[in-house]
Design a protein around this ligand. Structure first.
Ligand SMILES: [Zn+2]
Length: 93
């Protein structure tokens, strides 16, 4: 009887630990999101050599030379202002 009860306690503790880890994960993730939001410029600078695709003309450009537009909470990168405007027109219909 004793081992079975012990096993139940271990399972219960494991669930609590997993629950705490999940909470911790969300806390850390929201903290990171807040930090990266506040230091958006620094993030762009470190990733400026990363290749991004223009969603309009499908051309790949480096993030440093791309035209960045924040649309609906998401950042899109374009080869030129023309493509950014075209994309916004497409979204608005
Ligand atoms: Zn383009």
């Amino acid at each position: 009887m004793a081992p079975r009860r012990y096993k139940g306690i271990v399972m219960y503790r494991l669930l609590i630990v997993i629950g705490l880890l999940v909470i911790l994960y969300f806390l850390v993730r929201s903290a990171i999101r807040e930090l990266s939001g506040g230091k958006g410029q620094a993030q762009v600078l470190t990733d400026k050599n990363q290749m991004v695709q223009d969603p309009v003309c499908r051309i790949y450009v480096t993030r440093g030379s791309a035209v960045a537009e924040s649309i609906g909470g998401q950042t899109y990168y374009f080869c030129s202002r023309d493509c950014a405007q075209t994309f916004q027109k497409q979204l608005s219909g």
